[in-house]
Design a protein around this ligand. Structure first.
Ligand code: MEV
Length: 423
């Protein structure tokens, strides 16, 4: 008989009790049990306060990308990621971008959008104007909710009102545009949006439904550009046309754009995770921004300048913060911010954009030159060797043989391991 996952009061149990329940449910061994209920860095009590029903913590490797220059400053970029090749590829591409002075980054400022949906309005266009007539009042009412943010120079700065055609007819959607300074801003924006709801109902006669932040943070854009000298890009200048051809497909074809942008997010999300930020918010923002024209397109652009050098640029929403949540609770996130040497969320966003562009340079260069498998395979082969049971020096020996033979498979790794252990 299958076991029931309906466990009344699971959230009220102590961590030890929860672990016991999971042990029984999943038949965990003592060895597996030893992985639970502890944390080396975050601290199990902090973890237990961060989310619900905690039974342990989950580690990722933290790697450092050297060679990056952003706005004339040399930085080391910490990345938390499970995928091999991401860190190495970024380090390589960052070195190439140094030929043109590294990355130049800028941003629009940290403006987040909160949405207030009003339904049951028979005259939506008149309602839109009624809301706009209260612009100053709305800004003041919103800002009453966050005097600290206002004191820091942030707060609600403006509003806009849209009439959105939906499956249920027109809806009036009010946007509050909130400068959230160094916070990601979801809490501040949601609080303001909720406080405004009764006022908007009063003015429009409609019913307010959703009051929530938009992750399409297109008023919180970060931008980066770089120039790679034609003789600084291996195997040679001819690869530049290949990179531009690869980019053109991503810009024209959503099937390729998904992979192209996924690669960009390999770098961006890994930095976002390392700094304790909400990577789902960043991913949602990136992909919805990539589709803003009605077609899902590339987040980057690659061109050739008059000297034949490669010029790349990126623009994407980057709603990252330095205050609040895991960014301050997680000791590793604080350390990552210190390694980066950033003082503001905007600086962090600009570096993230540069990292995204840098990763795209790395990926397109490899795709246009030798294909990804060669590079991927050597690190992948090491993982396969470990999976086959290789230890210490055996790992490199087995991995090398796997790559040489072009058979990066666990069964072959086991055979090679037997062979070298037999000797
Ligand atoms: C793999 O994680 C990322 C790439 O597929 C990105 C790309 O194709 O541009 C290499």
């Amino acid at each position: 008989m299958s076991k029931s996952s309906r466990i009344p009061g699971f959230h009220k149990m102590s961590m030890e009790e929860r672990i016991k329940v999971v042990k029984e449910f999943a038949d965990l061994t003592d060895e597996e049990m030893a992985l639970l209920g502890k944390s080396s860095v975050l601290g199990i009590d902090t973890a237990d306060r961060m989310i619900e029903n905690v039974i342990g913590t989950f580690e990722l490797p933290l790697g450092i990308v050297p060679n990056m220059t952003v706005n004339g400053r040399d930085i080391l970029v910490p990345l938390a990621v499970e995928e091999s090749s991401v860190v190495a590829a970024l380090a390589n591409a960052a070195r190439m971008a140094r030929s043109g002075g590294g990355f130049v980054a800028s941003s629009s400022g940290p403006i987040m959008i909160g949405q207030i949906q009003t339904v049951n309005v028979s005259d939506p266009f008149a309602a839109k104007l009624k809301i706009l007539e209260h612009r100053e009042e709305i800004i003041d009412l919103a800002n009453e909710n966050d005097p600290v943010l206002v004191k820091l120079g942030g707060g609600c700065k403006d509003i806009e009102v849209r009439v959105v055609d939906s499956a249920l007819g027109p809806m009036v959607v009010t946007h509050i545009l909130v400068d959230t300074r160094d916070a990601m801003g979801a809490n501040a924006v949601n609080t303001m949006a909720e406080a405004l709801a009764p006022h908007i109902e009063k003015w429009t006669g409609g019913r307010v439904f959703l009051r929530i932040l938009s992750n399409l943070a297109d008023r919180r854009l970060a931008r980066a550009r770089c120039l790679v000298k034609k003789d600084a890009i291996p195997p040679g200048p001819e690869v530049i046309d290949g990179i531009i051809t690869a980019w053109a497909l991503a810009d024209a074809d959503p099937y390729r754009a998904a992979t192209h942008n996924k690669g960009i997010m390999n770098g961006v999300s890994a930095l976002v995770i390392a700094t304790g930020n909400d990577f789902r918010a960043i991913e949602a923002g990136a992909h919805s921004y990539a589709a803003r024209s009605g077609r899902y397109r590339s987040l980057t652009r690659w061109e050739k300048d008059e000297n034949g050098d490669l010029v790349g640029s990126i623009e994407m929403p980057l709603a990252v913060g330095l205050v609040g949540g895991a960014t301050v609770l997680h000791p590793m996130a604080k350390l990552a911010v210190k390694i980066l040497g950033v003082k503001t969320a905007t600086e962090l966003a600009e570096i993230a954009a540069a990292v995204g562009l840098c990763q795209n340079l790395a990926a397109l260069r490899v795709l246009a030159a030798e294909g990804v498998q060669r590079g991927h395979m050597s690190l992948h082969a090491k993982n396969i060797a470990v999976m086959a049971g290789a230890q210490g020096d055996e790992i490199d020996v087995v991995a090398q043989r796997l790559v040489q033979e072009g058979k990066v498979r666990v069964d072959r790794a086991e055979e090679i391991l037997k062979e070298i252990r037999g000797k």
